[in-house]
Design a binder for this molecule. Structure first.
Ligand code: KOT
Length: 838
């Protein structure tokens, strides 16, 4: 870098200070300059979309400023950093979030108004990047927001997919998937770093040679691709800390393919290059079910390999001992998708830097920690040995070596146990099945110093069921880190009326950095004015959603009805089918009533949103069933506004921000023990919805804090589930059988398609729909009775919202930092002070 004199530095600072002050005119100048000079439009004629882009670029300028300061300070301070590795980051739109975190939302609104644009309309111009499937990807993004807000030296690492999660259209009641080419328009937030790139290799073979009596391995790969970095600045709230989300894109290397050239096969050479680009083309749309596809394993290794190189390069900027590596680097593995990072780090340490195996191992496991997100055995990743060997031969050797050492230790520990070989077989990283596979979760457990579940109940199941043997062997490795969500996006950005209310009664915005502060407002629980304002906030959100539904689905819904909402990925364990059965039950009950009786019933709008994995037949049928119920109910003149059923198409982060704040009741009804945590449950309750739910995942802890009397809890408890499953072929009981028969005889949609949904419940009801059904409809009746007492409902809703402090992702991240990463925060000084010290 160039050394400049004091004077020149002063001058440079002076020049830039003007560019980033918070004056309205500064903002306007920057926007207009981007319109004219970056986008090459004229300032007298630019449309809304250009205005969005120019505004985004002007915000990005500010982010880059604080990003640079932050990264400089991280490097100077040389403190330990954490790297959050995730194959998904479901970021959602960035503009409002950035403005809120920079504290500039009102300033930008004013600035834009004078040049003829409404800020809120610009928000809607932004594409919603869907680089994730659901909860796991969204969690990663909430974590980045909290890491930045809490001033941690942290980076996220992932993949820059060209195609995010598919756009869901509903055609005649069926899900139709459309490609989501989100980069069709420029992405104003990212910074392409063509200078930050690494080679990633695949295939080939491993050569052995002897050096000073030690066997050395040399991987001779057969394919190369390049990973290029795209940086996405992540601003913290009310801090200058701006961290980085680095996403890798694959491109061909410029090494000419001589073999093809010599054969005169120009087109094959191009084909090889296209194959390289293909790696980061598309996000796999499966949630909680591995695809087992070769391309997916390529994606995983691709982003792990680039990330490990980047992390090591940063570490080596200061020359030092490898033993210091775990004092400077913590890597969190978001599920097993980045698990190959473990053998990759070992490979680099041993093969490239020549460390002895034991020394490399001692460094490696201290760096990694692993978060598990599901106990469902079919969701655990396993890769066939055959594929592994073909794609990553050296990594397979290393996995065998880890396993060799580990099995030795396990064998010693259980030397006298008659079940010794069973235990070893169970704990092995290799499954001796056909085909033989690598168990990625076992690799993560052995290769990490900490393993955590995502809610208390889930973490206990890991210890007592799924990983019981590992827990016995490594009792101190296992921890719980209950999930959380960021109140910046999930209250401040999504719920203006409620945020204004908090601001007014708390006389500050500090609740946004410490959500436990809202609890103090419980002193207003008898204050009629406060309660009325809270009710009004909910009402406004319901009306906003009703307008959205009319626009998107062409259905008018009554806003004086109870809004009963379930939005999440469609999965049998989540039991959208149970919700659908309740809708049918309610419809039949209403139909059987006299007109007078009907008039006394609570009006309800049932809403379901969520995507089904394209190959998940049963999930797609559930979508069709719900749409068919809507067709019947919504067009029945006997029913009118008493009941509506709406399927909300293309559920995504930006629609969630409109849907969630409008809920009165939220369905969180997974079979006990199946939903690891859930995070929509937290967002809903923070926004004043009441849970209709089971004792599963984080529901258990939410209920602990808001009070069980402020929720509607039903169904089997987790300790009862195993026994009930043994009777999963039992008959349904008369009232439920009637609903089954209705679907099977075609009252709702074509029975040829839909009756298999019912038959699977009749014969093998894995998720206990039948045994939970009756306690469910009882609770639903209780919800109706409560709703009739609007004051009681309001008190329950307020009490829930005000007692959700623990479910801020800030709390979660503090726990990770203290108990897993051993990470300290680094406060970024105000830019002015920082500049003086340069
Ligand atoms: C697994 C494989 C591929 C893609 C996604 C998954 C996945 C997602 N496994 N679990 N999840 C969800 O993670 C959320 C965040 O921890 C949890 O709240 C939710 O219960 C999991 O189902």
């Amino acid at each position: 870098s160039v050394m400049r004199g004091e004077e020149a530095n002063e001058k440079l600072w002076e020049l830039m200070a003007e560019y980033i002050d918070s004056e309205k005119s500064t903002i306007q100048k920057s926007i207009v300059a981007h319109v004219e000079y970056t986008l090459a439009r004229t300032r007298f004629n630019f449309d809304k979309n250009s205005c969005f882009k120019a505004t985004a670029l002007s915000i990005r300028d500010r982010l880059i400023e604080s990003w640079n300061d932050t990264q400089q300070l991280f490097t100077a301070e040389d403190k330990k950093r954490v790297y959050y590795m995730s194959i998904e980051f479901l970021i959602g739109r960035s503009m409002q979030n950035a403005l809120v975190n920079l504290g500039l939302e009102d300033k930008y609104r004013e600035a834009l108004e004078e040049v003829g644009y409404k800020l809120e309309e610009l928000y809607d111009e932004e594409v919603d990047p869907g680089l994730g499937n659901g909860g796991l990807g969204r969690l990663a993004s909430c974590f980045l927001d909290s890491l930045a807000t809490l001033d941690y030296p942290a980076w996220g690492y992932g993949i820059r997919y060209d195609y995010g999660i598919f756009r869901q259209m509903i055609v005649k009641g069926y899900q139709v998937e459309m490609p989501d080419y989100w980069l069709a328009q420029m992405n104003p937030w990212e910074i392409e770093r063509s200078d930050v790139s690494y080679d990633v290799y695949f295939g080939g073979r491993v050569e052995k040679r002897w050096e000073n009596g030690v066997e050395k391995s040399n991987w001779i790969p057969s394919e190369t691709v390049k990973a290029v970095a795209y940086d996405n600045p992540i601003p913290g709230y009310d801090t200058f800390n701006t961290i980085n989300l680095r996403l890798w894109k694959s491109i061909p290397t410029n090494e000419f393919d001589f073999q093809s050239f010599n054969q005169g096969d120009y087109f094959r050479a191009i084909e090889t290059r296209q194959k390289a680009e293909y790696i980061t083309s598309v996000l796999y749309p499966n949630d909680s079910t591995p695809s087992g596809k070769e391309l997916r394993l390529r994606q995983q290794y691709f982003f792990c390999c680039a990330t490990i190189q980047d992390v090591i390069r940063r570490f080596l900027k200061k020359s030092r001992d490898w033993e210091e590596f775990p004092d400077k680097v913590a890597i969190q593995l978001n599920d097993t998708h980045p698990a190959i990072s473990i053998p990759e780090l070992l490979r680099v340490l041993v093969d490239k830097y020549g460390l002895e195996w034991q020394r490399a191992w001692n460094i490696c496991y201290k760096v990694f920690s692993y978060t598990n997100h599901t106990v469902m055995p079919e969701a655990l990743e396993k890769w066939s040995i055959e594929l592994f060997e073909r794609l990553l031969p050296r990594h397979l050797e290393i996995i065998y070596l880890i396993n060799f050492h580990f099995m030795n230790q396990v064998g010693q520990r259980y030397a006298n146990d008659p079940k010794k070989f069973d235990i070893m077989g169970y704990m092995s990283l290799i499954e001796e099945s056909r085909p033989k596979t690598v168990r990625m979760a076992n690799l993560c457990i052995v290769g990490s110093h900490a393993v955590n579940g995502v809610a208390a109940l889930h973490s206990n199941l890991l210890k007592t069921q799924l990983f019981a043997r590992f827990h016995e062997y490594f009792p101190n490795k296992f921890q719980n880190k209950t999930n959380g969500v960021t109140p910046r996006r999930w209250i401040k950005c999504s719920n203006k009326p409620l945020s204004d209310l908090y601001q007014k009664y708390l006389e500050s915005n500090s609740w946004l950095s410490d959500l436990t502060e809202t609890k103090s407002l419980m002193r207003f629980i008898d204050n009629e004015e406060f309660k009325e304002e809270f009710r009004l906030a909910k009402q406004q959100n319901k009306e906003r959603l009703a307008r959205w539904i009319e626009k998107e689905c062409g259905i008018r819904v009554p806003t004086d009805a109870m809004f009963d909402i379930m939005v999440k990925r469609i999965h049998e364990y989540k039991r959208q089918n149970l919700f659908a059965l309740y809708m049918i039950h309610r419809y039949f009950t209403l139909k059987a009533m006299s007109v007078d009786d009907r008039a006394k019933q609570v009006k309800r709008v049932f809403m379901v949103g969520g995507k089904a994995a394209p190959g998940y037949i049963a999930a797609k049928k559930i979508i069709k069933l719900i749409n068919s119920i809507g067709d019947v109910v919504n067009n029945d003149p006997d029913i009118g506004d008493l009941m509506k059923v709406v399927f909300l198409p293309n559920y995504c982060v930006s629609s969630a921000q409109i849907i969630i704040p409008a809920a009165d009741l939220t369905e969180q009804i997974s079979t006990a023990g199946t939903e690891a945590s859930g995070t929509s449950n937290m967002k809903f309750v923070m926004n004043g919805a009441i849970i209709m739910g089971t004792m599963d995942g984080a529901n258990v802890e939410i209920v602990e804090d808001v009070g069980i009397q402020n929720s509607f809890i039903f169904g089997a408890r987790v300790h009862e589930v195993d026994k009930l499953r043994q009777h999963s072929g039992q008959p349904a009981g008369t009232r439920l059988q009637k609903l089954f028969d209705a679907v099977k005889n075609g009252t709702f949609g074509n029975p040829k398609e839909l009756s298999s949904l019912i038959e699977s419940l009749e014969h093998n009801d894995v998720y206990l729909v039948k045994s939970d059904f009756y306690s469910y409809i009882e609770k639903q009746a209780e919800a109706d009775a409560t709703y009739k007492n609007q004051d009681q409902w309001l008190r329950m809703s307020i009490t829930g919202a005000l007692n959700m402090g623990r479910f801020s992702s800030d709390r979660t991240i503090k726990e990770y930092a203290d108990e897993i990463w051993d990470l300290e925060s680094v406060e970024i000084p105000k830019p002015s002070l920082n500049a003086m010290s340069r």
